[in-house]
Design a protein around this ligand. Structure first.
Ligand code: SF4
Ligand code: MG
Length: 324
């Protein structure tokens, strides 16, 4: 609820704080048990920061995180440590997130140890078991990360999150660093695991086609804000926000008979340390109106369970346009 993460912006020779980077700027959403909620947006839109803040791997600046009725934001370090058994994360880069000096048994045994699960023998067994669940031979537990391919390493990253049997996993661009040919294997694995273990995913990606594959609902982020949130089906059938429409127009259309006009956005994403007044998208929006430059559109339900923040859907604006 109203989650914010602002980073201090340092400048000048003395490194004084000269401003703030509003990486996550007041976002509110729910995730239901057993659901995959996709979060999509360009790099720098705040999606990873949001994901890491939910687990308090980064401390949120403001707002509330409620997990299963418990306020995560108020928890002590110790309470938080216990909570992480239920809330895990898979990182984007399987190369960077696995300690190269530890073998797989140690890497995967670590979370068990932290949460006090099993004795040494049980942990060994559990490591073997989880390796097989993610599609790697149990004997590979004695190997080191460099002995695996990128896709296999991400399988280890998934195993590390899964081994404590969490309920929620934040998946932070889990396939972005992988070869396209490997991406669908990993996505299929993640989809199977989600069903088998009734997991809840917050699935972060910059690529709409990746999110479409796996999500039940999708949130679109731009400049630290959620600009649209809808079911997978509704978002693809009828994207309401002009930013979503432009993202959608870039997704390749599998049916060659359907022609689609690509919407190319002008200009760059503004700096999150100095977001534009009014609608944060107004500097690039093909449908910009006067009101957009000064008034921030409210994030609201425009159709049943389909939320967006855009003045195009305000009663007054449509009437005004009709009157013209
Ligand atoms: Fe575009 Fe205005 Fe809607 Fe923002 S509020 S997305 S600028 S039409
Ligand atoms: Mg990221």
């Amino acid at each position: 609820n109203n989650l914010k993460k602002f980073f201090p912006l340092k400048g000048g020779v003395f490194g004084k704080q000269v401003g703030e980077v509003k990486a996550v700027n007041d976002i509110t959403f729910e995730v239901y048990e057993g659901e995959v909620l996709g979060i999509v947006g360009e790099s720098g839109c705040g999606k990873s920061t949001a994901g890491k803040s939910l687990l308090r791997l980064i401390e949120p600046t403001d707002g509330e995180i409620i997990f299963d009725g418990n306020n995560v934001t108020d928890m002590t370090k110790e309470e938080m440590r216990k909570m992480r058994r239920d809330m895990q994360i898979i990182f984007q880069d399987p190369y960077a997130s696995l300690n190269p000096r530890h073998n797989v048994e140690k890497i995967l045994g670590e979370p068990l140890l932290v949460h006090g699960i099993g004795d040494k023998e049980t942990r060994k067994e559990k490591v073997k078991e989880i390796l097989e669940i993610v599609g790697l031979p149990g004997e590979h537990a004695s190997r080191y990360p460099h002995q695996f391919s990128g896709g296999q390493r991400q399988r280890i990253g998934i195993a590390r999150a899964l081994i404590v049997r969490p309920r929620l996993i934040v998946c932070d661009e889990p396939v972005s660093a992988l070869d396209v040919s490997i991406q669908s294997q990993i996505l299929n694995l993640m989809e199977d695991l989600q069903e088998e273990f009734n997991l809840t995913y917050i699935f972060i990606a910059h690529d709409l086609s990746v999110v479409k594959h796996i999500s039940h609902r999708i949130a679109v982020m731009y400049l630290g804000k959620i600009v649209e949130l809808a079911s997978n089906e509704d978002l693809y059938k009828e994207p309401l926000h002009p930013y979503t429409q432009s993202l959608m127009s870039a997704v390749p259309e599998p049916d060659p008979d359907v022609s689609k006009d690509r919407i190319i956005l002008e200009g760059d994403v503004p700096s999150p340390s100095n977001p534009p007044a009014g609608c944060p998208f107004h500097t690039r929006c093909p449908s910009v109106m006067d009101v957009c430059r000064t008034v921030t559109p409210e994030f609201r339900e425009i159709k049943a369970n389909h939320f967006a923040s855009c003045h195009l859907y305000n009663e007054e604006n449509t009437t005004a346009e009709k009157a013209d």
